[in-house]
Design a protein around this ligand. Structure first.
Ligand code: GAL
Length: 728
């Protein structure tokens, strides 16, 4: 090879080194702008949580976010997903957040990292690993040395990973802001002085990480400097940061809402979302983040709550599968373009407001030297439209609850209530598989637990998280009672459960099931002479994620009591009996959800399926036509359980949870303050019938769907469908 070849290579290497150095980005701010490399900016950002989609979906989601006019992508970091067991980390697959941020950067976007590491987010246990809760002496989210130490270790690990990958802006990376904690201000009161000390410590610990970009704290009106406090909500125009030098930032503009099992579908109109955004920038906003821009899916056991459903669609601008949710996506894209026309003036801080009465206001941003102007003309009246005469600047019709953006203050370029993006309706299209799905099934063997066999015991009813460390939804509580007499007795079993699901068996007979947050179970049972077995299976459906001391909320039978009321005798409190415990299902231990599990003989292929019977595994195989349309499995007819395709979890399913039949409407008045109950659809239907099967879970050959059915269902109605756009 010639020496000129090497000279050229060296030159290129050298140049790229210079490029790298010169791409270091300086992030500053003042009250009116985020200042990036000296340029005064307003920033549109959107939340896309990396574990709620797949790495194969990320580039497309990010591209659509960019096309939608976003400057930045925001995500939380999910501690319990990354550290399921203490000091055992997982950053693989859809947990590879470094790759996610690199893709964001490659797309030319900035990033906002919200480390938390408490994140709320309708995520299991708000993102805390349950082993953390089980460390003796720990108290979460307060001034407790053990907790603070663990929080610091995890935060530092994430920060160091970002630094090693050169992800912070001064290193040439995309990250321009970072968040510590999450809405602590909302629940801080009950933690008293310790809460105040804790949030001060959070600020100091975060600052000591030296990341070179500003730190934020959301919903923290007393945020210690230099933390910037930010706002979360449906509207944040009235928010004022606690330091007059801080920019006004909105970390969570809720584009819709989340759902629990049994809920209807919430919708927030594009008119109202854009109204809220326009009002925010009219009132001096600098950065706004959509929560969510893409909601996605709660795969595995990631859904929190309790009772948060598997879909986290959120009615976001990108739907669960990554399709444009139109007209929301397009209407917001136009809004971003319109506001960006005024970026220079908006960030200059030269502003005047004129009131016309009846909720009509004109806000003018201007440059007094050049004479350039940019205006927001808003009408916050909830019912009366306005005709506003701006004299030489023209006459404007401003519908109720809307904002007009006037370029040069004399040309309407956008009105939040005037939607001209076409509506797209996404429909589910059956996939022609040629033949019907054919099923095999397996019994979840429970003989051991029906006979009281566990792996440890205690003379009390242990709280579920403490017993399971949340490695499974399921915990068996088992005890026995001696009936000394010679005859059987009628009895009533009373169980006080702290949630969320209970299945009760006496002497191998299923006597009833119940679910709820906190409930009392009462069912008749027969006590035979001699030894009687009592087996209680408790299941969680996502751990609580919000509220003061939420982490201490008990799950499972947690102290009970459990009582037997035998006819004609005093009630028998069994709470301090010797209880045997077993964590999880035998099928989970045998990995029956994995098509390659070494137990093929377990699967029965009898023609007659055990329809409607609880505690069954079902298995089928299917082929998927080529193409790119998102694939879903329709689990109509199934009860409650968990689904896997080729060993990948699709999440929990519970289509037998039907939304209330009342309160839905096809029309929705965008005017007036939004709340999640305001515009709902899907009354009387399963709150979730279709479950996303990401294309990357599938192969061209034969695929395997495996269901664990806990309550009883009929798999013969299960089918695969694709999601396609339909004409309206
Ligand atoms: C906020 C929280 C988010 C999310 C949201 C509701 O309070 O910070 O993580 O839970 O509510 O979707």
């Amino acid at each position: 090879m010639s020496s000129s070849y090497w000279t050229r290579i060296l030159l290129i290497l050298n140049l790229s080194f210079v490029c790298l150095l010169s791409s270091a980005t300086q992030v500053d701010y003042d009250a009116n702008a985020i200042i990036i490399n000296g340029e005064r900016r307003v920033i549109f950002s959107g939340a896309i949580h990396y574990p709620r989609s797949t790495p194969q979906m990320w580039p497309d989601l990010i591209r659509k976010a960019k096309d939608g006019g976003l400057d930045a992508i925001e995500t939380y970091i999910f501690w319990n997903a990354h550290e399921p067991q203490r000091h055992q980390y997982d950053f693989s697959g859809n947990l590879d957040f470094i790759k996610f941020f690199k893709l964001v950067q490659e797309a030319g976007l900035y990033a906002i990292i919200r480390i938390g590491p408490y994140v709320c987010s309708e995520w299991n246990y708000g993102g805390f690993p349950v082993w953390l809760h089980n460390i003796p002496g720990i108290q979460l989210r307060t001034n407790n040395e053990i907790y603070k130490n663990e929080m610091q270790i995890f935060t530092t690990k994430i920060v160091n990973m970002c630094k090693e990958a050169n992800l912070f802006a001064p290193q040439g990376g995309p990250i321009i802001l970072a968040q510590i904690e999450n809405e602590y201000g909302n629940i801080m009161g009950p933690y008293k002085e310790a809460g105040k000390s804790y949030i001060n410590w959070c600020a100091q610990m975060a600052t000591s990480q030296n990341i070179g970009v500003p730190w934020i704290m959301c919903q923290q009106s007393d945020a210690p400097q230099p933390m910037i406090n930010t706002c979360n909500g449906f509207y944040c125009d009235e928010f004022v940061p606690n330091n007059p030098k801080s920019p006004k930032m909105w970390t969570e503009n809720w584009t819709g809402w989340f759902k629990k099992w049994g809920d209807k579908d919430p919708h927030r109109t594009p008119q109202d979302v854009s109204f809220a955004v326009a009002r925010f920038f009219q009132a001096g906003g600098v950065l706004q983040n959509y929560y969510m821009y893409h909601g996605g899916t709660n795969f595995g056991r990631d859904a929190g709550g309790p009772f948060i459903i598997t879909s986290y669609d959120y009615d976001a601008p990108l739907d669960e599968y990554g399709n444009l949710n139109q007209p929301k996506w397009g209407h917001l894209k136009q809004l971003h373009e319109a506001i960006k026309l005024g970026e220079k003036l908006l960030t200059s801080g030269n502003v005047t407001t004129k009131q016309f009465g009846n909720g009509v206001n004109l806000t003018t941003y201007s440059n007094t030297t050049s004479g350039e102007r940019f205006c927001f003309l808003s009408n916050t009246n909830t019912s009366q439209d306005a005709n506003v005469d701006l004299q030489q600047d023209g006459k404007y019709f401003v519908p109720a609850w809307s904002v007009s953006i006037l370029h040069g203050c004399n040309k309407e370029v956008y009105n939040t209530a005037k939607v001209n993006t076409e509506t797209t309706v996404m429909v589910k299209k059956p996939i022609e598989l040629g033949t019907k799905l054919s099923w095999t099934w397996a019994q979840e063997t429970i003989r051991d637990t029906l006979h009281g066999k566990g792996s440890f015991n205690a003379a009390k009813l242990i709280e579920q998280k403490e017993a399971t460390s949340d490695v499974s939804d399921y915990l068996w509580y088992m005890t026995s009672i001696e009936n000394m007499g010679t005859s059987s007795h009628n009895a009533t079993l009373y169980v006080k459960s702290s949630g969320q699901v209970l299945h009760a068996y006496v002497n191998s007979k299923h006597i009833g099931s119940q679910f709820g947050y906190d409930f009392e179970f009462n069912q008749p049972a027969i006590l035979r002479p001699g030894k009687n077995f009592l087996t209680l299976l408790s299941a969680t459906v996502g751990l609580q994620n919000y509220g003061e001391f939420f982490d201490l909320g008990p799950e499972g039978l947690a102290g009970g009591p459990v009582e037997l009321n035998v006819d004609g005798m005093a009630s028998l409190n069994l709470s301090s009996n010797i209880w045997n415990y077993k964590v999880g299902l035998n099928g989970e231990a045998k990995r029956l959800y994995d098509p390659n599990s070494p137990h093929p003989q377990i699967w029965k292929s009898s023609k007659k399926l055990p329809i409607g019977k609880p505690m069954k595994w079902y298995r089928t195989s299917f082929k998927i036509p080529p193409g790119t349309s998102p694939v879903v499995v329709d689990l109509q007819g199934m009860g409650k359980g968990h689904a896997w395709v080729n060993g990948n979890s699709l999440g929990r399913y519970w289509p037998s949870q039907i939304a209330d039949t009342n309160g839905c409407s096809d029309t929705c008045d965008y005017r007036g303050e939004y709340k999640p109950e305001k515009c709902v659809t899907n009354c009387g239907n399963p709150s979730q019938r279709w479950y996303h099967v990401p294309r990357s879970f599938l192969n061209d050959g034969t695929n395997t769907l495996i269901l664990f059915e806990e309550m009883g269902g009929n798999p013969s109605h299960v089918s695969f469908q694709t999601v396609v756009a339909a004409a309206v």
